[in-house]
Write a protein of this length. Structure first.
Length: 265
């Protein structure tokens, strides 16, 4: 079995095809998926989606990319994350890739939003889903300053260097590999995917984005996480079932999922 640790099934591209997407998951042995929040405005629909399906989970958080999104408070995040179907806080983090003429100093709102999420995760005791792009140094610095290791979590869709991965691992974070690992020019990601300790590895699609080879350029979906597992298995010279087993176990451990009746074999 395989688990997609990060997808966006509530996005318009996917929600209208949900019955087929769930069936594709079943056919490709993808047992569960975590539907990740990017704003509070659409969180009620995201939670309803997770509640309607035993094999879907939700997170709550506000993506760092949108300056106009409703800002969450610690209290609000904690309250929303108290629902048993909500297993994480995020996605949150820093993204300096699209500054659009702004300086890094002008992104203080993003850094404050990130701190709010970390504080909420620590307060409620649920792990963080962290997005970082072109901002690794500041991301790690804030994680250390705010004690993110006391909440734990995952660096999702990891594209940074092995040195950054080591720093995240030292803070007790997991590393999640997306379909980018299958791209020919993704040598950096492939190197990291080979080195991650087995007990810290997760796999994801980030669907509807970043479809892996052989579906690159098309709409992504959770069923395609199996291609990520297959590619990592080749890199690490193990079977795809072994990658499925360890990443499913890691998912359940990180997100404290203990009562789901499915096999990780």
């Amino acid at each position: 079995m395989f688990i997609d640790s990060h997808c966006h099934l509530n996005h318009p591209e996917l929600i209208g095809q949900l019955p087929q997407i769930l069936e594709n998951m079943r056919v490709h042995s993808v047992s569960h998926a975590l539907c990740v929040s990017v704003d509070l405005e659409n969180f009620p629909a995201l939670l309803a989606l997770a509640q309607a399906h035993d094999n879907l989970f939700a997170s709550v958080g506000v993506h760092p990319d949108d300056p106009d999104a409703k800002e969450p408070s610690i209290r609000e995040l904690v309250e929303l994350a108290s629902h048993p179907k909500v297993v994480a806080i995020g996605e949150t983090g820093l993204d300096y890739f699209r500054l659009n003429g702004r300086s890094v100093d002008e992104m203080a709102w993003q850094r404050e939003r990130f701190r709010t999420h970390i504080r909420a995760a620590r307060k409620i005791g649920k792990p963080l889903i962290i997005h970082t792009r072109a901002a690794a140094a500041d991301t790690l610095a804030i994680m250390e300053e705010e004690g993110a290791q006391h909440a734990g979590g995952v660096m999702h869709c990891f594209t940074e260097s092995w040195e950054v991965a080591q720093s995240a691992l030292a803070l007790d974070f997991y590393i999640s590999i997306s379909g980018i690992v299958t791209f020919k020019n993704a040598r950096n990601v492939q190197d990291v995917a080979q080195r991650i300790p087995p007990d810290r590895l997760l796999i994801e699609t980030d669907s509807p984005y970043l479809a892996p080879v052989p579906h690159r350029g098309k709409q992504n979906e959770p069923a395609f996480v199996r291609h990520v597992a297959q590619f990592i298995a080749q890199l690490r010279d193990v079977t795809e079932s072994e990658i499925g087993r360890i990443t499913a176990q890691n998912f359940c451990h990180l997100f404290n999922i203990t009562e789901q009746p499915f096999s990780t074999g």
